[in-house]
Ligand binder design. Structure first.
Ligand SMILES: O=C([O-])CC(=O)C(=O)O
Ligand SMILES: [Mg+2]
Length: 224
């Protein structure tokens, strides 16, 4: 799939993720209760800037001393994806999060490979060091050990927090969570976001004004 113009990505970065979610709804191209990861995927560094990037995928496990691949399998895969990149790793352990693939070493290395962060249902560690790198962690848990962590597959569709993604998909994420951007409307989203913001601010301007009157068609004003 072809990468979008860099100025489209730059424009998407100017909005927070809930505004992007509202903007997507205005196109009515997917159910409004889909297209985002569940709240079990937490933003570990809420102060870091919005993350926007193309998805590289993989699966991992950390329980049991079983054969598997090193991180080089994932390093090689991410380099096939156009930048900026976001790694989405599904932890297949049951329950997931028993051992961390992500810590200081991986955050620093994947940052050097042009990745902005990771979205995983697994666990992460070395929080201070990863934060200093500016590498975003969206994870199911934080843990102390990497256990027997190993990569299983890369470049396959994965599901994290109930959200299924494939390599090359576009993600937008911030302190609120992780959102899948439909690529076919990506270039139209900044204008849609401006319309959403204008409508909300118009309503809020009235709510905060001396003209505010709860008997004056509140719901109609909110929707128009
Ligand atoms: O050791 C690991 O697999 C994860 C980790 O702590 C690091 O990347 O620094
Ligand atoms: Mg470490």
């Amino acid at each position: 799939m072809e990468a979008l113009e860099p100025d489209v990505l730059a424009a998407l970065r100017r909005y927070d993720t809930p505004t992007m979610a509202n903007a997507i709804e205005t196109f009515d191209i997917r159910p409004h209760d889909t297209g985002y990861a569940g709240h079990e995927i937490r933003c570990i560094f809420p102060d870091l800037p919005v993350m926007v990037g193309y998805v590289a995928t993989g699966t991992i496990r950390a329980r049991g001393d079983e054969p598997g691949h090193g991180p080089d399998l994932v390093w090689n895969h991410v380099r096939q994806i156009p930048g900026p990149r976001v790694v989405v790793l599904q932890d297949l352990d049951d329950p997931p999060g028993h051992g961390a693939f992500w810590g200081e070493v991986m955050a620093t290395t994947f940052d050097a490979l042009g990745c902005e962060g990771v979205v995983t249902n697994g666990c992460v560690r070395d929080l201070d060091e990863a934060h200093a790198v500016g590498f975003r962690f969206f994870a199911g848990s934080v843990g102390v050990s990497h256990g027997y962590v190993r990569a299983e597959e890369v470049g396959v569709p994965v599901t994290v927090g109930g959200l299924q993604v494939s390599p090359g998909d576009l993600l937008h994420a911030d302190k609120h969570g992780v959102l899948l951007i439909p690529r076919e409307i990506a270039a139209d989203l900044p204008a849609a976001a401006e319309r959403v913001i204008a409508r909300e601010q118009n309503f809020l301007g009235w709510v905060k004004s001396p003209e505010f009157d709860p008997d004056d068609n509140m719901i109609g004003r909110l929707r128009h």
